[in-house]
Design a protein around this ligand. Structure first.
Ligand SMILES: CC(C)(COP(=O)(O)OP(=O)(O)OC[C@H]1O[C@@H](n2cnc3c(N)ncnc32)[C@H](O)[C@@H]1OP(=O)(O)O)[C@@H](O)C(=O)NCCC(=O)NCCS
Length: 180
């Protein structure tokens, strides 16, 4: 990244610092990682689809928002079979912390469904959830996916609605089947 200063002068030390910083980010979060903006300027946050997820850390995150524990082996399989997995990391050069997560399943071409959207309670209210949803939709759009679905808990319907999601019309088009 090169930043022009003043009359088109390039500050070499800034350029070098940015370059090394970007290389560090790439090494930690993968080639397609991107920064996530937030209203909490104490921390830097990164989206990554490539940084390996620690299953225990992920389960702790999902439990922190009140979801019940799931068998680790099945979670691993579900992740392996997902179309898209996004970790949101609070950046730290030594110990990045997983503070948000979402994943999608689907056919990879036409339809996708979003699951497990979670932001750790300590980091809620700083715009991260909204950015995570934008990131997910951008990534799905790049794959050419035309329709995206999700199942919202009643307490978060307004969160999605404010971002342009529509409620399934008149409750007439949805069907569920549960094995148990
Ligand atoms: C829902 C969740 C992902 C939102 O994340 P967040 O980082 O706190 O949300 P943001 O800070 O990005 O909020 C963005 C906007 O949505 C609003 N918002 C956040 N949570 C909301 C909620 N539950 N209901 C209505 N609006 C909400 C915010 O006020 C903010 O509004 P603004 O843009 O006008 O300022 C997070 O609260 C969470 O992980 N909840 C527990 C797990 C969960 O229920 N996940 C959804 C499963 S369907």
């Amino acid at each position: 990244m090169i930043r022009k200063l003043g009359k088109n002068k390039i500050n070499i030390s800034d350029w070098a610092r940015n370059r090394y910083e970007n290389e560090d980010f790439e090494n930690m979060y993968g080639l397609n990682a991107s920064k996530c903006s937030s209203t909490d300027d104490r921390f830097e946050f990164m989206f990554s689809q490539e940084r390996p997820l620690d299953l225990i850390e992920l389960e702790q995150l999902l439990q922190s928002v009140g979801w019940s524990r799931r068998p680790m082996r099945r979670v691993k399989k579900a992740l392996d079979n997902s179309l898209l997995k996004v970790g949101l990391w609070q950046h730290d050069p030594k110990f990045p912390r997983l503070v948000g997560f979402a994943r999608c399943t689907g056919d990879g071409v036409l339809h996708a469904t979003v699951w497990d959207v979670a932001i750790h309670p300590v980091y809620q209210g700083f715009g991260l959830g909204k950015e995570l949803m934008f990131y997910i939709l951008r990534s799905l759009k790049r794959k050419g996916i035309e329709r995206v679905f999700l199942f919202a808990d009643p307490g978060v319907v307004a969160f999605y609605k404010s971002q342009g999601w529509q409620l399934e019309p008149k409750g007439s088009k949805c069907a569920f089947w549960y094995a148990n």
